[in-house]
Design a protein around this ligand. Structure first.
Ligand SMILES: [Zn+2]
Length: 280
C-alpha cells in the first residue's frame, strides 16, 4: 500500500516526460493518448528477463523497467525474483536506459524509474518478530541473504524495516490523508534541485564530481560523512551524501547539516542491524 502511494507524492509529469512515457506505452498498446499520471508497475516475481527489461526477436518491445520510466517499479517479494532478472536490472539502474542488441537491430529504451522493493526478512517471514518465532534453518537463511546482497543491493539507497501494523492505525484517516501535503514538500525539494543542478539532474542522478560541486556539507556534516567512510564502499558513501542532500532539500536547507547525514545513515542501515540494512 505504501509503495502504491509513492507516485501520488511525486511531482506531476512535465510535458517532455509525459510524451516519453506515452511513447513507450504506445509500443505495447497500454497507453491511451497522452499519459499524465506517473506509471506504477509491479511485475510478478515469476517475471522473465524479457518481461522485465524488454526483448523479443522479430519485434523488440520494452519491458517493465521501461514501462515504469518516470514512475515507480515496485518489486514485491524481491527475494523470490530469479537472480538473472535481478542482475538484468543493474543496467537500467546505472544508466537510466536499456539497450537490447539483436543481429538486425540495436534498440535503446528509456528506463529511469524509482525502484521500490519489498521483502520478508526470511523465507518464513518472522525473523526478528516478537509475535512468532522464525522457523527457517541456517541454510535457508544463508540462501535468502545471498539473494539480498551484492551489487544490486549496493545500488539501493534507502532501506526501512516495516513492522506488522495495527489495522486500526492503518485505516486511520488522519494517518492516510497526507499525500497532498507530502507532494507539496517533494515539489519544493525538486524545485531546489532544479535551480541548483538544472532540470535533468536530480540528486539521485549526480555522479561523484557533480555531487562534490553541489553537496554543500557544513564542517560538522563533513566530519559525520568521514566517520562512515571506512564502513561503506565508495558507492555507498556517494549514496549517503545524495540521500543527505535530499533530506536537506526537503527541510529547505541550503547546506547539509550533520543531522541530515545522521538521518541518511539511519535510513541506509537501520539501528540494531549490523548487515546491509533492513533485511535481517
Ligand atoms: Zn524465518
Amino acid at each position: 500500500m505504501l509503495a502504491r502511494r509513492v507516485p501520488g507524492i511525486l511531482p506531476p509529469l512535465g510535458s517532455d516526460e509525459a510524451i516519453a512515457v506515452s511513447l513507450v506505452h504506445s509500443l505495447v498498446g497500454t497507453g491511451k493518448g497522452l499519459m499524465r499520471a506517473r506509471p506504477f508497475r509491479s511485475p510478478h516475481h515469476s517475471a522473465s528477463v524479457h518481461a522485465l527489461v524488454g526483448g523479443g526477436s522479430a519485434h523488440i518491445t520494452p519491458g517493465e523497467a521501461s514501462l515504469a520510466h518516470c514512475g515507480v517499479l515496485f518489486m514485491d517479494e524481491f527475494g523470490e525474483f530469479r537472480p538473472s532478472v535481478l542482475d538484468a536490472l543493474r543496467q537500467p539502474l546505472q544508466d537510466g536506459e536499456v539497450t537490447i542488441s539483436r543481429r538486425a537491430a540495436r534498440v535503446r529504451f528509456p528506463a529511469r524509474f524509482m525502484l521500490i522493493a519489498a521483502s520478508n526478512p526470511c523465507p518464513c517471514g518472522f525473523l526478528g518478530s516478537a509475535r512468532r518465532p522464525c522457523t527457517c534453518d541456517h541454510v535457508a537463511h544463508a540462501r535468502y541473504r545471498r539473494r539480498m546482497s551484492g551489487p544490486l543491493m549496493d545500488r539501493i539507497d534507502i532501506c526501512v524495516p516495516v513492522n506488522v501494523e495495527d489495522p486500526d492505525r492503518v485505516l486511520d484517516h488522519e494517518v492516510t490523508a497526507q499525500s497532498a501535503g507530502m507532494r507539496e514538500r517533494v515539489v519544493r525539494a525538486r524545485g531546489r534541485q532544479e535551480e541548483r543542478q538544472g532540470p535533468t539532474h536530480l540528486n539521485a542522478g549526480l555522479d561523484g564530481a557533480e555531487l562534490r560541486a553541489c553537496v554543500g556539507l557544513t564542517a560538522d556534516a563533513a566530519m559525520a560523512v568521514r566517520s562512515h567512510a571506512e564502513s561503506v564502499s565508495s558507492r555507498g558513501l556517494t549514496s549517503l551524501q545524495k540521500v543527505a542532500r535530499t533530506i536537506a532539500d526537503l527541510d529547505g536547507e541550503e547546506r547539509i547539516e550533520a543531522q541530515h547525514v545522521h538521518l541518511a545513515w539511519r535510513l541506509r542501515m537501520p539501528a540494531g542491524d549490523d548487515g546491509r540494512g533492513g533485511w535481517s
